[in-house]
Design a binder for this molecule. Structure first.
Ligand code: NAP
Length: 480
């Protein structure tokens, strides 16, 4: 598939409304066979500096554009994403590897954030607060300023629109640094943004050395906010770098999601829920089930049912209609999954189905292992691949302790038909998000985010706008 012929294809960066190239280039590869797709610019420090200056000028205009007009521009952008859903999804599958049906789903999901925030653009309400003294307390909400977004490869579209849409809705400008593995989806989305009427300098996409660009974006005084989605290690580093200039931060970091399947669960629903949360995007999602805890009475029957479903998953090129699991993003990802499987088996876990070593290239066979314990690597670290480790538990108290025994706190899942239990357990889980009787929780209308080392701030929902707004208190005195 030659994606360079698609109308939304773009392989130059967008800086202040100009499509910019460079002498130094970065190759973009297809993870299916490591074949070359195209190359993209590696921008130098001077271009990044100029991009920030231009974004600052553009933001001064954009924040004064009427909210209705900002809303209309975002709505145009949403419409264009939907109109070009198939092309965008094809680009994503070719550079990232996920099945085309999932890529189409991600484009719709990414667009839903633009739609949501096109509506929120009109609702940056402040407050008038009753005051005991002879004054009026007025609360204004104002755009933060120039924002920077650094995004990962696992959701090349949605992780961008989840940041850019609220930023633009609030009246901010934004400079996006997408992951080096998946810049083409970002550039295609930006191309549609330009067509939608986003003014020059308000939406920018830069590519290059992540360390160098990250250093500039996190230390530059004109950048007022950094929003990062990626690993906890890099997120903490960016937070430390941003401390010098005391920037507003949003961090969407790693997860280690537990799934709690209680004796009272509807077994078929629980099995489907685990399939949804574990194997989407070949297990490379931050909200992926990482540890599956199953209560003792249903332990064997749950595993039998899950095994049947896992063995039905078809591995292949994401462009093939019947593919369920594409390649992993790179060899490093394969090695981590293999390490987790090998560690579990070496410490006494039992293989139910799958393969303990890879074939060739970036392929990883969906693998189910039972009798896993808390001292194994996969209980502590995010696996980020199609490996499902099953733990047995006896009682609610134990499983809550085991679930919370991690530095992470992003997503968690519970399967139970007991009303009192689900409320107790939802309260007891130290996580930013809890899915009850479902493995699919992402939604533009919901506040997405984590606690502990999984991050700070929320994306999506009415709360997502606040991340790009500052509160200004105005005291109107002597009013009598
Ligand atoms: P990553 O290595 O942290 O990379 C994420 C982004 O940071 C990429 O754009 C990368 O650029 C950039 N980066 C890397 N080193 C940098 C540095 N020193 N300074 C500035 N930027 C730097 O993470 P990943 O492996 O791509 O993504 C997977 C992780 O993201 C997982 O832990 C997953 O759980 C997490 N994630 C979290 C959420 C959430 O909402 N909580 C959502 C999706 C993913 P290059 O690609 O150019 O190196």
């Amino acid at each position: 598939m030659d994606i360079t012929q698609l109308s939304v294809f773009e392989n130059r960066c967008l800086v202040n409304g100009e499509w910019v190239s460079s002498i130094e280039k970065l190759a973009v590869m297809n993870p299916v066979d490591q074949s070359y797709i195209t190359d993209v610019p590696v921008l130098n420090e001077e271009v990044i500096e100029q991009a920030i200056q231009d974004a600052d000028q553009a933001q001064k205009q954009w924040k004064n554009v009427a909210p209705n007009e900002r809303s209309r521009v975002l709505r145009n952008w949403f419409d264009l994403l939907i109109r070009h859903q198939d092309e965008l999804a094809t680009i994503m599958t070719v550079e990232q590897g996920k099945p085309l049906k999932e890529a189409k789903g991600e484009i719709a999901y990414a667009a839903s954030y633009i739609e949501w925030f096109s509506e929120e653009a009109k609702r940056g309400y402040g407050d008038i607060v009753p005051s005991a003294s002879n004054s009026e307390i007025l609360v204004f909400k104002e755009a933060v300023g120039v924002c920077a977004a650094i995004t990962p490869w696992n959701f090349p579209a949605a992780m961008i629109t989840r940041k850019a849409a609220p930023a633009l809705a609030a009246g901010c400008s934004i400079i996006i640094k997408p992951a080096s593995e998946t810049p083409l989806t970002a550039l295609a989305i930006a191309k549609l943004g330009a067509q939608a009427g986003i003014p020059h300098g308000v939406l920018n996409v830069v590519i290059g050395s992540s360390a160098k660009i990250g250093q500039i974006l996190t230390t530059h005084p004109l950048i007022k906010k950094v929003s990062f989605t990626g690993s906890t290690e890099i997120g903490a580093q960016l937070m430390a770098q941003s401390a010098q200039t005391v920037k507003k931060m949003s961090l969407e970091l790693g997860g280690n999601a537990p799934v709690l399947v209680f004796n009272s669960a509807n077994l078929d629903q629980a099995v489907q829920g685990v399939m949804d949360t574990k194997f989407r995007n070949a297990g490379q999602t931050c909200v992926c089930a990482n540890r599956i805890y199953v209560q003792s009475d249903i332990y064997d029957s749950f595993i039998d049912k899950l095994k049947v479903k896992v063995e039905q998953l078809k591995l292949g090129n994401g462009l093939d209609a019947d593919t369920d699991i594409g390649p992993l993003i790179n060899r490093k990802a394969i090695l981590k999954v293999e390490e987790h499987i090998a560690d579990a088996l070496a410490k006494g876990a039992v293989l139910v189905t799958g393969k303990t070593h890879n074939i060739e290239g970036n392929w990883c066979v969906p693998t189910l292992v039972k009798d896993v314990r808390q001292d194994m690597l996969c209980a502590k670290e995010e696996t980020f691949g199609p490996f499902a480790p099953i733990f047995k538990f006896e009682c609610e108290e134990d499983v809550l302790d085991m679930s919370n025994d991690t530095e992470f706190g992003l997503a968690s899942y519970v399967f139970t038909q007991d009303l009192n239990q689900f409320i107790r357990v939802a309260r007891g889980l130290e996580y930013g998000m809890v899915g009850i009787n479902t493995g699919l929780i992402s939604n533009a209308a919901a506040p997405f985010g984590g606690v502990k080392s999984s991050g700070i701030g929320r994306e999506g929902s009415k709360y997502g706008m606040d991340e790009y707004l500052e509160i200004k208190y105005v005291c109107l005195g002597n009013i009598s």
